[in-house]
Design a protein around this ligand. Structure first.
Ligand code: NAD
Ligand code: MG
Length: 398
C-alpha cells in the first residue's frame, strides 16, 4: 500500500554497481523515496557527487582518511550532509530511527554487522550483499525474526523465486518441491578447462550478460557466485540443500524457477537488468517503473539450458558440501573465497587456484562449537580462515 510520506532509505555501498542502479530507480520516484544516507569505502569523488545530487542527511565512510577528505569537499560546496566514520558507523546508520529501508549493497562479509543492525531494528532490508547471509546463516535469520524486519531479496535469482511465491511465507514449505536457480555460466562456459590457468582478471571480469563489481564478476566466472546463491536460497526460503538445483541458462532471461509439489513450474522472466529486482524490493507488494526495457521474446533465437559440469565448475558444488558440513562451514567457504578472489585480482593467485584455496580451507578449518552463536564469533572465524587462506596463497604463488 502507498504511504503518505516518502520512505527514507539508506544505501550502503552507494558507489557500487547495485548502489548506482538503486539511485537510478529512486530518481524515477522522488515522491515515494528520500535518500537518508549514502555510504562508500574509498571513492571520495563519486560519493561527493552523489551527496551533492541527493542531499542526504548522512554520508558514511568507515575509514577516517577518506571521510575527512569528503567532509572537507562537502564543506567547500556548502553541503549540509554530515559525514560519519569509524567501525560502527555503518551499523549506526542502518539502525537509525529515522530510516525506513536499508539497501545492503556492500560487497563481502564486511556487510554482516550493518545487515544485522538493520534487521534487529526492524527495517525493510533489501539484501544484495549475499556474503552477509552466507556468513550470518541462522544468526542472520534470527535477527530478522527478532526485529520483525522485512527481508527482501535483491539478487535477481532470489527475487525471481520470491516473485513466484505467495506473500504468506507460512505457505512456502507446503508449496515448494524444489527451486531451480538459473546461471549464465559466465564468460568461460565453453572454455577448455585445461586453459583455466591462463585467465587474467580482465577476462574474468568481462561478463557476457551483466556489468557488475569485480568480486562478483570473478565469482560468476568460477560459478562460486552460484554457490553463494545456493547457500543464500537455503536461508531466504528455508530449504534443505537437496531442494536447491542449478541449471545453466546462457541467455539470462529466466531468472529462476519454483517447482511446486504438483510439478507445476513457475518462472520469472525479463531482460537482464538489476533495476527490476531493486524496484521490486523497494515497492513490494506494489510494482513501480524500473527503467528496464521490455522483453522481446520474438527477437530471441532460443532459450537454452544445460547442466553445470563439475570438472569445469568445481566451485559450484562446494555449496552443497558446505551446507551439509558443520554449521559455520558456509562462513569458512565465503572467507576463503573472498581472500582467493582478492589475490587473483591482484595477480597473486591463478584463476584455477581459487578453487584449491576454497576447498582446502573448507576441509582444513572446521568451525568450532560456539563460533556461529554471535557476530563476534562469526567474524573471528572469518578472520581465522582469511589468515589461513593467505598462508595457502603465499605458498601457491601465481
Ligand atoms: P561493487 O564492488 O560495485 O560495489 C561495492 C560497494 O560497497 C561500493 O560502494 C564500495 O565502496 C562498498 N564497499 C566495498 N567494501 C566495503 C567495506 N569493506 N565496507 C564498506 N563499504 C564497502 O559491488 P556490486 O557489484 O555492487 O555488488 C554489491 C553486492 O551485491 C555484492 O554482495 C554482490 O554479490 C551483490 N550483487 C550484485 C549484483 C550486480 O549486478 N552487481 C547482482 C546481485 C548481487
Ligand atoms: Mg544473482
Amino acid at each position: 500500500t502507498s504511504t503518505s510520506r516518502p520512505q527514507r532509505i539508506c544505501v550502503l555501498g552507494s558507489t557500487g554497481s547495485i548502489g548506482v542502479n538503486t539511485l537510478d530507480v529512486l530518481a524515477r520516484h522522488p515522491e515515494r523515496y528520500e535518500v537518508f544516507a549514502l555510504s562508500a569505502m574509498s571513492r571520495v569523488e563519486d560519493l561527493l557527487a552523489q551527496c551533492l545530487r541527493w542531499r542526504p542527511r548522512f554520508a558514511v565512510m568507515p575509514a577516517a582518511e577518506p571521510a575527512a577528505r569528503l567532509r572537507e569537499l562537502l564543506r567547500e560546496q556548502g553541503s549540509r550532509t554530515e559525514v560519519l566514520d569509524g567501525a560502527d558507523s555503518l551499523s549506526l546508520i542502518a539502525a537509525h530511527p529515522d530510516v525506513d529501508m536499508v539497501m545492503a549493497a556492500i560487497v563481502g562479509a564486511a556487510g554482516l554487522s550493518p545487515c544485522l543492525a538493520a534487521a534487529k531494528a526492524g527495517k525493510r532490508l533489501l539484501l544484495a550483499n549475499k556474503e552477509a547471509i552466507v556468513v550470518g546463516g541462522a544468526l542472520f535469520m534470527q535477527a530478522v525474526e527478532q526485529g520483525a524486519a522485512t527481508l527482501l531479496p535483491i539478487d535477481s535469482e532470489h527475487s525471481a523465486i520470491f516473485q513466484c511465491l505467495p506473500e504468506d511465507r507460512r505457505s512456502w514449505a507446503q508449496r515448494i518441491d524444489h527451486i531451480v536457480l538459473t546461471a549464465s555460466g559466465g564468460p568461460f562456459r565453453q572454455r577448455d578447462p585445461a586453459t583455466l590457468a591462463e585467465i587474467t582478471p580482465e577476462q574474468a571480469c568481462a561478463h557476457p550478460n551483466w556489468v557488475m563489481g569485480r568480486k562478483i564478476s570473478v565469482d560468476s566466472a568460477t560459478m562460486m557466485n552460484k554457490a553463494l546463491e545456493v547457500i543464500e536460497a537455503r536461508w531466504l526460503f528455508n530449504l534443505a540443500p537437496e531442494q536447491i538445483r542449478v541449471l545453466i541458462h546462457p541467455q539470462s532471461i529466466i531468472h529462476s524457477m519454483v517447482v511446486c509439489r504438483d510439478m507445476s513450474v513457475l518462472a520469472q522472466l525479463g531482460t537482464p537488468d538489476m533495476r527490476v529486482p531493486i524496484a521490486y524490493g523497494l515497492s513490494f507488494p506494489e510494482r513501480i517503473e524500473a527503467g528496464a526495457s521490455r522483453l522481446e521474446l520474438e527477437k530471441l533465437a532460443a532459450l537454452s539450458f544445460e547442466e553445470a559440469d563439475e570438472k569445469r565448475f568445481p566451485g559450484l558444488f562446494l555449496s552443497w558440501r558446505a551446507l551439509r558440513a558443520a554449521e559455520g562451514s558456509t562462513a569458512v567457504l565465503n572467507a576463503a573465497n573472498e581472500e582467493a578472489v582478492e589475490a587473483f585480482l591482484n595477480k597473486r593467485l591463478r584463476f584455477d587456484q581459487i578453487h584449491r584455496v576454497n576447498l582446502q580451507c573448507l576441509d582444513e578449518l572446521p568451525p568450532q562449537a560456539g563460533e556461529c552463536l554471535s557476530v563476534d564469533g562469526l567474524l573471528g572465524l572469518d578472520a581465522r580462515v582469511r589468515r589461513h587462506a593467505q598462508g595457502l596463497i603465499a605458498g601457491l604463488g601465481a
